[in-house]
Design a protein around this ligand. Structure first.
Ligand code: ZN
Ligand code: ZN
Length: 214
C-alpha cells in the first residue's frame, strides 16, 4: 500500500502539473481519500452551483492501486483536471477541453478494470454471454431478446428467459496497454456499460431498476 507521505507527494505533483496547464496557482483545499467501495480507479466529487465552485474532494480506490500503483500519478492528474475545470467555472466532464488538458498534464484518459470477480451470465434464448462485475440481486433479461419477445407479443420477462449465471472468474492484473475503461464516472459521457440488460417494470415498483453497468 502507498504510504500517506508518498501519496501526499504524488497528489501535490499532480496538482502542480494540472495547475501549469490550466494556470491555477492557488488551488482550493481538495481533500484526497481512499474509498474501498469505488467501482473505478477514482472519482472527483464536485459541488458547484451553476458556474460557481463551492467545494470538491477526490477519492481513489485502494483495490485498484494495490495492483496498479504505477497508475497513481496519471489517475490523480485525471481527477485534478475535473476539479480544476470546475474551479475555473468551465465544463468539467470528459469533454474536449478535459481530454486535451488531461493529456497535456500527463494524466490517464483510460484505466484498467478494477481487479476482482467477474460474473458471467448467459441468455438461454439467444446464447449471448455477458460479463458483470456485480452479482445480480434479481433476475435480468437480455435486452435484444426482450425487444424481440415484445415485438412478437410474447411474455418478455418469463423466468425461463432470464439470464443464467454460468461462471464466476477472477479478473486479475491487466496489462497497461489493455486500459480501456473510463477512469471515473464524472462527466457528460457517462459510460452505460458494454451491453444493455433489461428489467421488468412493475406498476408499484418504487425503486427504479438498477443500471447493469460494470
Ligand atoms: Zn438473448
Ligand atoms: Zn474522469
Amino acid at each position: 500500500m502507498i504510504s500517506p507521505a508518498a501519496l501526499d507527494v504524488e497528489f501535490r505533483l499532480a496538482l502542480e502539473a494540472v495547475g501549469r496547464v490550466l494556470f491555477i496557482e492557488r488551488w482550493p483545499d481538495v481533500p484526497l481519500r481512499w474509498n474501498r467501495r469505488l467501482r473505478r480507479a477514482g472519482r472527483a466529487v464536485i459541488d458547484r452551483r451553476g458556474s460557481r465552485f463551492r467545494a470538491a474532494f477526490i477519492e481513489i480506490s485502494p483495490v485498484y492501486f494495490e495492483v496498479y500503483p504505477e497508475d497513481l500519478r496519471g489517475i490523480l492528474v485525471h481527477e485534478a483536471v475535473h476539479v480544476g475545470l470546475a474551479y475555473l467555472g468551465r465544463p468539467f466532464g470528459h469533454g474536449a477541453e478535459f481530454r486535451t488538458t488531461c493529456e497535456a498534464a500527463g494524466g490517464l484518459l483510460h484505466s484498467r478494470w478494477l481487479p476482482g470477480r467477474v460474473f458471467r451470465y448467459r441468455c438461454p434464448v439467444c446464447g449471448v454471454v455477458l460479463e458483470r462485475r456485480r452479482r445480480a440481486a434479481d433476475s435480468r433479461w437480455c435486452a435484444d431478446c426482450v425487444e424481440a419477445a415484445e415485438t412478437a407479443g410474447e411474455d418478455a420477462y418469463a423466468s425461463s428467459r432470464a439470464m443464467q449465471l454460468v461462471e464466476t472468474v477472477f479478473q486479475g492484473p491487466e496489462a497497461a496497454a489493455a486500459a480501456s475503461q473510463p477512469v471515473c464516472e464524472n462527466g457528460v459521457d457517462a459510460d452505460s456499460g458494454p451491453a444493455p440488460l433489461r428489467y421488468p417494470v412493475a406498476p408499484n415498483d418504487e425503486s427504479p431498476p438498477r443500471a447493469g453497468g460494470p
